[in-house]
Design a protein around this ligand. Structure first.
Ligand SMILES: [Ca+2]
Length: 468
């Protein structure tokens, strides 16, 4: 399978085609609606974060400056403004600038005005108190959980968590999640599932909210619910493995529908970071390859990801770029087992409990070494996280990256149990790299080291780093 999971030129070309629609004077994307522009900006931020590139970061600043006087509030619809809250949270994660987080909080505060006791709770879709639907409440859940994770003020953090839990308690009891574990559009006048269209984005946004709430509470039922929804969507909404919107059959999804599939994929990608099922990875890669193979000569991508381009606009383009972003992200993280690495002077073992993969290695003699081969889609700075034990005392080893010394005698603090040591900000090239851990006793390496695996992760985003 040809996967467009490299930073350049393929995915970069798709991003460039998205920015062709960007209007500098409005800060929005031409050819699409207001809420779609929030998603196009989120796509742009994801791309900047995943590839660690700066070309479109100016759009972030510009969109904020041109529109901040509106506070990104919509006169009619709570869901439309919710997208902007998610986008500004991502902008905060990318830049660490508090004003973006503050804007997300302002938007959320306004959304709380839409909550009332009709149907036992939930936020209205329309500000004239019409229709309690899935998307508005999924957004509300996700924003609340994300704001909780980013609030340093304790009272504020508790408030956001209370909203998230209140929303989920209500949502799961409404019946909007049907017997197939798929989410219908909303509630009817008797507060029951109205049986209306199962849009892909309604199977997506919920995943992000549940994953975040799971990170906060560690309640396994939340992750199980997310898994059930994701599995059902992949099984039921993707003929021949390619995600399809219900409206595609008539080849008319209006202005909104073309955005939805990307939103699902973005959140499936979030779920995969917490629940790395091989099936999710395969699904992302298969869809990315399919849509990319259908691009036109200007790298434009259409409504259907399984057939030729119908028309080009910013909604279609950003939606498709979401799955391409997800595919790149898969190529920037990976876990490598020590027992499968290239070993010199070492043997593998599988006696101690709790190892990952099929075993681990024990390093204790002069000049022994472990060399990992690491394939990365995008060049940039990464964190290398080693899972190890050092039973007797602190162990020290040389770390080499691509044949060059990265760390003199990295310390692996004494630990009877499996622990992690992270080496931050290591430059890796697109393509193949080598990472070696070398016992150089002459230069001060010492003590035995048990090594289980190495995990390669993109350097954390700035705002995100406050979370740990
Ligand atoms: Ca292992």
């Amino acid at each position: 399978m040809v996967v467009p999971g490299s930073c350049s030129p393929s995915v970069a070309a798709g991003m460039a085609a998205l920015q062709v629609f960007y209007n500098l004077s409005t800060g929005l994307w031409n050819t699409t609606g207001w809420w779609n522009s929030a998603n196009a900006l989120e796509t742009t931020i994801d791309y900047a974060a995943i590839t660690q590139t700066i070309p479109y970061r100016g759009n972030l600043f510009n969109t904020f400056e041109k529109n901040k006087h509106t506070h990104f509030l919509n006169p009619w619809f709570y869901d439309d403004q919710g997208w902007w809250a998610l986008t500004w949270i991502k902008a905060y994660d990318l830049t660490g600038e508090d004003r973006y987080l503050a804007m997300a909080k302002t938007i959320f505060e306004d959304m709380t005005q839409g909550w009332d006791a009709t149907c036992g709770g939930g936020v209205w879709w329309h500000k004239r108190r019409q229709y309690k639907n899935a998307i508005t409440n999924e957004l509300f859940l996700s924003i609340a959980a994300k704001l909780h994770l980013r609030s340093s003020n304790k009272a504020e953090a508790i408030n956001y968590l209370n909203w998230a839990q209140r929303e989920w308690e209500w949502f799961k009891n409404t019946g909007m999640i049907n017997a197939d574990n798929l989410i219908n559009d909303g509630l009817d006048n008797t507060c029951r599932n109205n049986g209306k269209t199962i849009w892909t984005y309604n199977q997506g946004v919920i995943l992000g909210g549940l994953v975040d709430l799971y990170q906060i509470t560690k309640d396994p039922t939340l992750l199980a619910q997310a898994e059930a929804i994701a599995d059902a969507a992949i099984q039921k909404l993707a003929p021949k493995g390619i995600l399809q919107e219900a409206c595609e059959e008539n080849r008319d999804c209006g202005a909104d529908g073309p955005q939805f599939k990307g939103i699902f994929m973005r959140h499936l990608s979030d779920l995969y970071q917490t629940l790395p099922k091989p099936q999710y990875k395969a699904f992302i890669l298969q869809n990315a390859a399919s849509v990319w193979s259908r691009r036109d000569r200007n790298d434009r991508l259409g409504l259907s990801w399984a057939s030729e381009l119908d028309q080009a606009d910013a909604a279609r383009q950003s939606s498709a770029m979401d799955v391409l972003n997800a595919a790149i992200l898969l190529g920037t993280t990976g876990t490598y087992q020590a027992e499968n690495a290239k070993l010199y002077g070492l043997k593998t073992e599988a006696i101690a409990s709790g190892f990952h993969g099929t075993g681990y290695i024990k390093s204790s003699v002069q000049n022994d070494s472990v060399t990992f081969k690491v394939n990365i889609s995008c060049s940039g700075k990464y964190n290398l996280k080693f899972r190890y034990a050092a039973i007797e005392e602190n162990a020290f080893r040389y770390i080499y990256v691509n044949g060059k010394k990265e760390v003199d005698n990295q310390i692996f603090p004494q630990s009877q149990n499996w622990s992690d040591v992270t080496i931050s900000n290591v430059w890796l090239n697109a393509g193949e790299n080598t990472v070696s851990i070398i016992f150089n006793a002459v230069k001060g390496s010492k003590s035995s080291l048990t090594l289980d695996e190495m995990r390669v992760e993109p350097r954390p985003l700035m705002g995100n780093s406050k979370r740990s």
